[in-house]
Design a protein around this ligand. Sequence first.
Ligand code: PHE
Length: 474
Amino acid sequence: MVATSQTTGEGWSSRSAFILAAVGAAVGLGNIWRFPTLAGESGGGAFVIFYIACVFLLGLPLVLAEIFIGRVGQTDAVGSIRKVSQESKASPSWSIFGGVGAIAAFLIVSFYSVVAGWVLYYAGVMGLDLIQAIGAGEPFRGALAGESQEQIQQRLGDMFASPSLLLAMHFAFMGLTLYIVARGVSSGIEKAATYLMPMFFVLLVGLVIYGAIEGEIGDAMAFLFTPDWSKLTPQVMNSALGQALFSLSLGVAGLITYGSYIKEKSNLGSTAAMIAVADTSVALLAGLMIFPIVFAVGLDPAAGPTLVFQTLPFAFQTMPGGALFGFLFFVLILVAAVTSSISLLEVPTAWGIGERGWSRTKSALIFGIGAFLIGILCLLGYNVLSDVRPLGFWSLFENTDILDTVDGFTGKVMLPVGALLTSLFIGWKADTNLLRTTTGLSPLAFNIWRFLLAWLCPLAVTVILVTGLFPSIL
Ligand code: PHE
C-alpha cells in the first residue's frame, strides 16, 4: 500500500446534490426488496421495531461518523481514515477498516446487480405488455391482462431456471453501473439522482394508497407493527441490525467515499438526519405497499427473496392503469437500484484511484468486471448450482444458496464489523476539536452523538454480532 493517497479530485456541485446522491445511495433494493423480504421472514413487528431502533440509535450516529471521515479526508476511504488518524494522532492502522469496507462493497455489488437484473427483466415484461395495451387501444388497462395467478408465478420460476436470461440482465445492469462510475461523480451520479428520485417517491406513495384501498392494509399494519417479542431471537436482531446498516449504506465506507466529495462547509448533522429519515420512510412505505397485497392474494410473507416479484404483478393486474404504472414502477426501482449500485462500485473504484494511482476507468473496470464474475456464481445458484451451500459447514448458513450466502455474510458479519470499527474510531480516537468544528453540531447534540458512538454502538453491535452468529453461547 502506498503511504500517501491522492485525492480523487472530484466534488458535488452543491449541498443538495450531495444529499440527493446520498439518499439515492441509501434508497435502493435494500428498501424495496431486502427490507420486505427480511421483515416477512422474521415474522414482522418485532423485527421492524428493532430495525427502526437500530436505524436511529446506531445507524444515524454512524452516518454522521462516515460523512465526517470523508469530509475531512477528501479522498478514498482508506486514505480518508488515515488522514483523520494523522490529525488525531491515532495509529494509521485504523485505515484497514476502509479496506474491509471496500471488500464488502465489492461483494455486495456483485449480487446486487443480479437482483437488479430481475427487476430489469420485469421492467421489460411490463414494457412489452404496455406496448400491447397501447396497440389494443387500451393504454389504461391493468397489466398482464388475461394471465392467471399461476401464469404470473410461473414467469418467476422460468426466469430463475434460465441462466442465460439471468446472465443477460446481470450483464446489462452491471454494464450500466460501470459506465456511470467510469464517467465520474458529478456528470454521472448526480444527474441520475436529481431527476429520478423524486419521481420514484411519488409513485411509491401512489402504490401505498392503492394497496390501502384494494389490499388488506389492516392485516399488513398488524403484521408490520404489532410486535410479538418472542420472535425477537438473536438471529432476528442480527439481521435487523444488518438491514439497518445495509439500507443506510453503512459499514462499507460508502458514505466516507461520498462524503469525500463534499467541498464546502455544511451542516453535516442535518444532512445525516435527512438521509436516515428518507431511507427509513421508503423502507416502511415499501412494506406498506407489498404486505397488503401479500395478504390479499394469500401469499406467504416468509417467501424470501422472491416475495416482491410475486406480489407486485398482482397489484398491477387488478389496478386501473396497471400496465402503465407497473412498467413505470419497475423502471423506478431500477433507477433506485442504479443510484445505489454506483455508490457501491464507487468505494473500491475510489480505492484504486486513491491508493493505487489507477485511472478512474481502469479502476472501475477492474472492480466492475470482478463483481460481475462473482455475480455469475450467485445467479447460477438459482439453477445449475442450486445445491451449492458455500458456507454450509456453519449452522447459520446451512441451507443458504450462493446469493443469500454472499448477502448474509456481508450483511450479518462484514457490515457490523465495519460499523463496530467506525464507532470505536470516531468514539474514542478521533480528535474532539476536529469532530466539533467539522460536524457543526450543537454542544448537546455533539455529546449525545459521541456517547452513542463511544458506548452504545460498540456494545450493542458486539452483543448482537456475537449472539447472532454463535447462538449456542446463550
Ligand atoms: N443502501 C443501499 C440499498 O438499500 C445498498 C447499499 C449498501 C449501497 C451499501 C451502498 C453501500 O439498496
